[in-house]
Design a protein around this ligand. Structure first.
Ligand code: AHR
Length: 560
């Protein structure tokens, strides 16, 4: 089964996600057990930072989130209800808000995902007690058997925008293109953005407690239109896209529309959509602010299968080869960005449209969720932290091409920053990466050159190879932030780091690294993985020498 079929079957409600077996999979190493060192390598790397070669400013938009009505994401994760004994602000989980305020203020995408194309925003406004209960898009998932199958609509547009305000991020609304009309999109815009007292919908918004307009700027026009969002061809979707954006009320602000882009490496989807869109002239590109790209890292079978279910591995139990394969899967985002960007440039010669990677992350098989009702819930280890770090570094290096990115999904789901179950709450190692990387935001991404021996590992019919070091650099006032990932599971990496045109400076270092690569945070051990300050030598004559622990993410801060 491939991902497209998975989504199709899910629409039909016929798929039950398999649960992981309790037994260790072959080749898996137990927590605490030392991984085998597969291949010795030189332990030195060279990193060159070129401060006079700027790429673009690193926006908080690269640190966006994704919240879908799926399993335990909204109900339990974000929304606990106003009457809940769990600490909350107007029904929104307080611990979540408190932690999100420690992160860059990234945009939050809602209500889906596939759910978005079955959602009527009118169901989620007005008095909460009288809102309709609807069948959830994901009702076919076995884990949604029971009350979770029906969405009570208690968390609607007003609640979502209040959550964004509390958490500090801008709202990014995904509109329903598969089962609603352009009128529903522009009236949702009117509900959100028309001035106080102006329209009937503005009055309805005010009756919901929000007199002032929400000023929502980011609007997704459908989701995965090649699959759950309507099973369109790129040409059909381009025609629909033009119709949806042909007229909308602006209320003094230009909306930033985001088109439903490709599944991973489907360059044909990008080319054919843009060709069809511009059949009516290049001016159509002005209505496309962002082009969404989705990339999940899921297949750790190392070439054994491309089956959507069989290819996935366990979130907690994995072999060294599966460690490298997952990181390699994540690292493909670098090529995907470059390839889609090149294809976009064939038509968008003035570069008006940017990439929006609004779903990315690791997708493991189910079985490690903290609550059986949390569809696609999974634990996150140090491996997921490294994948997140490598991905954020890639976005920095492509900050001139990627305008927004949203990790999937915020809480109780795939590659989550948080796990929550009732009154229990814990940040995952990925949360710590987002916080560690915060000083990059607002800085100027600068060009870097990375050189280290690649890491070899075993695939089924060929040798696998992963880059030996990865990272990014940014300049902010008189500070250089350099983040470095050593993906080697068992060997430290000593790097000589040259900062061109600079001389001496103080260096501080903070690292996320644990002796056990399976380390993860639980409700009982919430700080098993956390950042720690480590000693660092100062920069002398523009050179820093630093030794990076095995399987680590490190932030170096250099005073210039
Ligand atoms: O994130 C889970 C699902 O993955 C989303 O709903 C969909 O857009 C994607 O296929």
């Amino acid at each position: 089964m491939n991902r497209r079929d998975f989504l199709r079957y899910t629409i039909a409600g016929s798929l039950a996600a398999p649960r992981a077996s309790a037994a260790l999979v072959p080749g898996t190493i137990r927590s605490g057990q030392q991984p085998a060192v597969r291949n010795a390598r030189a332990t030195t790397a060279r990193i060159d930072v070129l401060p006079d070669e700027p790429i673009a400013m690193i926006s908080a938009n690269l640190y966006g989130h994704f919240v879908e009505h799926l399993g335990g994401v909204v109900y339990d994760g974000v929304w606990v209800g106003e009457g809940s004994p769990i600490a909350n602000s107007g029904g929104i989980r307080q611990a979540l808000v408190d932690h999100m305020r420690r992160l860059p203020p990234g945009p939050i995408r809602w209500p889906g995902g596939c759910f978005a194309d079955s959602y009527d925003w009118r169901d989620g406004i007005g008095p909460r007690a009288s809102r309709p209960r609807r069948t959830n898009f994901w009702e076919g998932e076995a884990a949604l058997a029971g009350p979770g199958r029906y969405d009570p609509n208690h968390f609607g547009t007003n609640e979502f925008v209040r959550f964004c305000r509390l958490a500090g991020g801008e709202p990014y609304l995904a509109a329903n293109l598969r089962s609603l009309s352009p009128r529903d999109l522009y009236q949702w815009m009117e509900y959100c953005n028309s001035p106080a007292g102006s329209t009937t919908l503005a009055e309805q918004r005010a009756a919901g407690g929000d007199r002032e307009p929400f000023r929502v700027r980011y609007w997704g026009v459908g989701n995965e239109a090649w699959g759950c969002g309507g099973n369109f061809t790129p040409e059909e979707y381009a025609t629909e896209y033009r119709r949806f954006v042909a007229w909308v009320p602006r209320f003094g602000q230009t909306p930033s529309f985001i088109g439903s882009g490709p599944n991973g490496g489907d360059i044909g989807w990008t080319r054919r959509f843009l060709a069809k869109l511009t059949e009516k002239g290049d001016g159509q590109l002005g209505s496309l602010w962002g082009w969404a790209l989705h990339h999940y890292s899921w297949n750790v079978s190392r070439g054994a299968t491309t089956d959507w279910n069989a290819g996935k591995g366990d979130a907690l139990r994995f072999s060294p080869d599966e460690w490298y394969e997952l990181l390699n899967e994540g690292d493909r985002i670098d090529t995907l960005i470059a390839d889609h960007w090149a294809a976009m440039g064939e038509i968008d010669r003035r570069r008006r449209v940017k990439l929006v990677v609004d779903e990315w992350g690791a997708w493991h098989r189910s079985g490690t969720e903290v609550n059986p009702g949390h569809v696609f819930g999974q634990q996150s280890t140090l491996r997921d932290a490294l994948l997140a770090a490598m991905t954020l570094d890639t976005f920095h290096r492509h900050a001139d091409k990627v305008a927004m990115a949203n990790v999937a999904q915020l809480v109780n789901c795939l590659h989550s920053l948080f796990l929550a179950d009732g009154d229990r709450f814990v940040p995952t190692p990925t949360f710590h990466v987002f916080e560690l990387y915060k000083p990059h935001v607002g800085g100027q991404s600068v060009r870097t050159v990375w050189s280290a021996p690649p890491i070899g590992y075993a695939r089924v019919n060929a040798d696998g190879s992963l880059r030996g070091v990865a990272g990014s650099a940014s300049l902010h006032d008189r500070a250089l932030t350099l983040t470095v990932v050593n993906p080697h599971i068992s060997e430290p990496l000593t790097a000589e780091i040259g900062v061109r045109g600079r001389s001496d400076g103080n260096v501080t270092a903070v690292t996320i690294a644990e002796a056990d690569v399976h380390a993860h945070n639980t409700f009982d051990r919430p700080e098993a993985v956390r950042p720690r300050a480590v000693p660092a030598q100062p920069m002398r004559a523009g050179v820093i020498v630093h030794s990076f622990a095995p399987a680590s993410v490190t932030r170096l801060t250099v005073a210039l």
